[in-house]
Design a protein around this ligand. Sequence first.
Ligand SMILES: Nc1ncnc2c1ncn2[C@@H]1O[C@H](COP(=O)(O)OP(=O)(O)OP(=O)(O)O)[C@@H](O)[C@H]1O
Ligand SMILES: [Mg+2]
Length: 253
Amino acid sequence: MALLEMRQVRKIYRVAGEEVRALDGVDLDIEEGEFISIIGPSGSGKSTLMHLMGCLDTPTEGCVKLDGVDVSRASANRLADMRNRKIGFVFQTFNLLPRLNVLQNVELPLIYSGMRARRRRAQAMEALTQVDLVNRAKHRPSQLSGGQSQRVAIARALVNHPKIIFADEPTGNLDSQTGAAILELFRDLSRQGRTIMIVTHDPKIAAQTSRQIEIRDGKIGHGSTAPTHRSPSEEESGPPRWGAGGQDSRFNG
Ligand SMILES: Nc1ncnc2c1ncn2[C@@H]1O[C@H](COP(=O)(O)OP(=O)(O)OP(=O)(O)O)[C@@H](O)[C@H]1O
Ligand SMILES: [Mg+2]
């Protein structure tokens, strides 16, 4: 059983009598441990796809299953529960709360899940260790660089040990060098066995993930590469796996 399954998924928005087919018959399986990018031009349906996979929204038609649970028709409460227990999110704009310090920001998902303060703190410090920011635990978000802010957001996404992490244009607000470092961090986390999906319009970023899913006009495109099944031992000893080269100049116009 795949960690995430989508069958004939459609998302249709109706605005002022007009229909927008944001997703139009998507079939997709994602296995545990995969490092995937969703790539496609602006308006192609990338964020919509991520929102459905991430239990932020439900499809108009079709089936979405996460970890064996059909969430296609789930209530808002049920979706929130799935997000709390199984999903971590990273966004382009970091979305840190300015009045909380770094540690408190990272702890936030655990407060929602009702964990006691001591355990919460320990788990948040563990996540900050993974992104190498323990020394900024007491800083406010305004006192951090862009790259540090995104690492805090990644720690927050990791803190409840999610089944899958979704990142929507995580390097979009960063200079190229800082963006490369953030991507390297995702790659490290992937090597540790985490399931990660990055949404991007940048072929150079997509090429660094093990599998690319191309989306065009709400449909999975031909530039998508095959699923990757890697053994953990292979990952540890071998060099980083670059993309199969399935995406090329298609996105450069
Ligand atoms: N809430 C909404 N209501 C109506 N239409 C929407 C809504 N969200 C998205 N759309 C439309 O659905 C299509 C897909 O949007 P989506 O945000 O998924 O694109 P995207 O690939 O993430 O684009 P970008 O790279 O610009 O972020 C677009 O045509 C968009 O206008
Ligand atoms: Mg988007």
